[in-house]
Design a protein around this ligand. Structure first.
Ligand SMILES: Cc1cc2nc3c(=O)[nH]c(=O)nc-3n(C[C@H](O)[C@H](O)[C@H](O)COP(=O)(O)OP(=O)(O)OC[C@H]3O[C@@H](n4cnc5c(N)ncnc54)[C@H](O)[C@@H]3O)c2cc1C
Length: 442
């Protein structure tokens, strides 16, 4: 009998199994490929990287770099294999995807504490267990999760860009709720000329081509996506569609002129600290470069720092603040039967290769602590991993959307630092010193 079952041999499941195995626990790791295929994977290797071969930046001046430094402190197998199989990519950590997946597979398959079982798991196994079946979880596992979390399971990402609060030019924007109701929105007013420039940029903007398995599942054809029409789609219906939709200026007089603008882009707080703001109704599948250009045409956002780009894609994930406790366990099962079912990877509500890996490391370590009767770890809030966990637990956000690591979700530094590089380095130093103390205490 294994000590624990891990379902899904992707980035997170491999990392979680490794973390458990190196602490002496025996793991049965279930992977459905090659007998059952996913819509995006094409090999039988563990930790197959399905799209870009880049794991993001490594610099100390970025959240992605801080996250990698923390994964290194935690002895991440995925990060180690990425370093060994890296290919030149400037400041980013990019990998030879075949070599990378072969290395991870070899380490996992030769580990005496891990048995890899190639079969699809149709239901949640006996607890404790780790579910890391990813954004393209099999239909059976998706149904099993749905039965446990109900409406808190999402199937599609329709995300609007998110920008940092401090990069919004408040000399042009103003705070107001529609018809004077509350003060929850930052409004970016546009005159006719500005709106036409914005519209022209949007009309010519390049879109991401959907994967074949996403075609035919978009927008009104699928009830999950109703009300999530991307702005580029709305714009294609007519020049004024957006002015009667998310950019409606009615009830939003500019306090400087006393008049309603021609159009207005609205932003709403996206996190508890109010450091991140999302563009309301601006869900989009435009290419990232096109999103950057588009935002620059909006008065007050000409220098906006985009913390997270908009996306429209197939993605199975839980509404983490409702579905998970702070240790990534399914709340419902925990409260009903005391069972610890840990989720790991992208399915927890994070976004990205390294973020998914990090949630594999956390779930693996948590499960190891549970098995050894130790208290479950509390991650330092200043760290990249702690910030992601806090985001997953933040039930104050109006609607939960998956998040990648970015400095906007870290707790503020408590002082204004204008120099961006210096500021990022301060985040790095603070995170790393807290993380080192954390690992020493473990
Ligand atoms: C099409 C697509 C493209 C993406 N591109 C990028 C990108 O370019 N950059 C980026 O940073 N992130 C990207 N992501 C997001 C995310 O980082 C990756 O999907 C990442 O691989 C998630 O890691 P994971 O371990 O959670 O899931 P995965 O790596 O997908 O691993 C899940 C594993 O579980 C297996 N599985 C599923 N169901 C079962 C079951 N019932 N029983 C047994 N095994 C099962 C699957 O076969 C798979 O091996 C992309 C996501 C998708 C869907």
């Amino acid at each position: 009998m294994p000590n624990i079952v891990v379902v899904g041999g992707g980035l997170a499941g491999s990392e979680a199994s490794w973390q458990l195995a190196k602490r002496g626990f025996s793991v049965d790791l279930y992977e459905m490929r090659p007998f059952v295929e996913s819509a995006a994977h094409s090999t039988a290797q563990l930790a197959e990287v399905v799209c870009s071969n880049s794991f993001g930046g490594e610099s100390e001046e970025s959240a992605a770099g801080i996250l990698k430094a923390e994964l290194a402190l935690g002895g991440s197998l995925i990060l180690d294999c990425a370093h060994i199989s890296r290919v030149p990519a400037g400041g980013a950590l990019a990998v030879d995807r075949d070599k990378f997946a072969e290395l991870v597979s070899a380490h996992i398959e030769s580990n005496p504490n891990i048995r890899v079982i190639r079969t699809e798991v149709m239901d949640i196994p006996s607890a404790p267990c780790v579910i890391a079946t990813g954004p393209l979880s099999s239909t059976a596992m998706t149904k099993a999760l749905r039965a446990r979390v109900g409406d808190y399971l999402s199937f599609f990402d329709a995300v609007a860009p998110i920008v940092t609060r401090e990069s919004i030019n408040m000399e042009k924007a103003y705070i107001a709720g529609r018809y004077g109701r509350g003060n929850d929105y930052i409004n970016c007013p546009m005159n006719k000329e500005e709106y036409l420039a914005f519209y022209e940029c949007l009309a010519g903007a390049e879109r991401v081509v959907p994967h074949s398995f996403e075609r035919g599942m978009r927008f009104s054809e699928d009830s999950y996506f109703e009300g999530c029409m991307p702005i580029e789609e709305m714009a294609s219906r007519g020049l004024d569609t957006l002015r009667f939709g998310p950019m409606k200026p009615v009830g939003l007089p500019d306090p400087r002129t006393g008049r309603e603008p021609y159009a207005a882009a609205q932003l709403r707080a996206d996190n508890r600290e109010g450091t991140l703001f999302n563009l309301v109704g601006f869900q989009t599948g435009l290419k990232w470069g096109a999103q950057e250009r588009l935002l620059k045409t909006i008065p007050a956002l000409e220098n906006a720092d985009i913390a997270r780009f908009g996306v429209m894609h197939r993605n199975i994930y839980v509404n983490a603040p409702e579905a998970l406790d702070e240790h990534l366990r399914l709340k419902k099962l925990l409260s009903e039967s005391g069972e610890s079912v840990f989720l790991a990877g992208q399915i927890t509500g994070v976004e990205g290769y390294m973020e998914s890996t990090a949630m594999g490391l956390v779930a693996g370590l948590n499960a190891a602590c549970l098995l050894s009767g130790a208290p479950l770890p509390v991650w330092p809030p200043e760290s990249a991993i702690g910030s992601l966990l806090r985001y997953l637990n933040d039930n104050t956000a109006k609607s939960f959307q998956p998040m990648n690591t970015n400095l906007g979700i870290f707790p503020p530094l408590g002082q204004k630092v204008k120099n961006k590089k210096l500021k990022a380095k301060m985040f790095y130093d603070r995170s790393l010193s807290a993380s080192k103390a954390f690992w020493e205490s473990m």
